[in-house]
Design a protein around this ligand. Sequence first.
Ligand SMILES: Nc1ncnc2c1ncn2[C@@H]1O[C@H](COP(=O)(O)OP(=O)(O)OP(=O)(O)O)[C@@H](O)[C@H]1O
Length: 251
Amino acid sequence: MSTPVLEVKGLAYAYPDGHQALFGVDLHVHQGERVALLGPNGAGKTTLVLHLNGIHTAGAGSVSVSGLPVEKANLQEIRRRVGVVFQDPDDQLFMGTVRADVAFGPANLGLKGDELDRRVMDALDKVGMTEFVDRPPHHLSFGQRRRVAVATVLAMEPEILVLDEPSSNLDPASRRELADILRSLDVTVLMVTHDLPYALELCPRSVVLSGGTVVADGSTYDVLTDDVLMKENRLELPFGFDPRTTLPPAR
Ligand SMILES: Nc1ncnc2c1ncn2[C@@H]1O[C@H](COP(=O)(O)OP(=O)(O)OP(=O)(O)O)[C@@H](O)[C@H]1O
């Protein structure tokens, strides 16, 4: 098989206060996959994500992106390859216009002129936000700001798109529209979520992290219908939601 886009091997990490958050995590994600990262509060999901673009550096083990190790010397290229969309779009939008926010990353890579404009408009087009290009981000709704946050990352043409709770705080229509957008993108996706129906809808594969280790890695349908695994890892489906009667799941 080809080199994985994301290869995490034996990753362990302790915070400076000594709290050990990850214990030997292994995870391989191949090009074009959409993978949900599930697990209870405190499982280590965010800690893992923060290793993917070098905000944290591995205590032990390794992380690499298309064969390039995540380490200080490679950080600029790693941050181009790995686009992280944080849960709160306001952590990502800080310029006076949508255009300036989406242009920020590619401009830092040295793009300018027509090429930069093309990147900005392509990214906004993918999230259905071109008409907002000259608006201040703080005048947009939360759902619109989340789309722009996704565009800021897409403008870097990343190899892997990592999303932290992409469906949180979205109304049902915006939630569905974002799912359509994510499905339409030609990019590898790793999505941290507590929204299990969203994982089923979007991600054929799910990885369950619990207590800082991977406790399951398989089809989302199999994970969500494994009652013992679900209970042991505090994963609960919304009342009345049954994956067995909500077919077809994502492929
Ligand atoms: N800065 C920090 N210093 C010390 N411990 C931390 C720090 N940040 C997180 N932790 C601890 O590391 C563990 C993993 O936290 P993490 O935020 O990665 O979990 P998570 O799976 O993302 O949880 P949630 O679903 O609640 O967002 C938790 O026990 C948490 O208390």
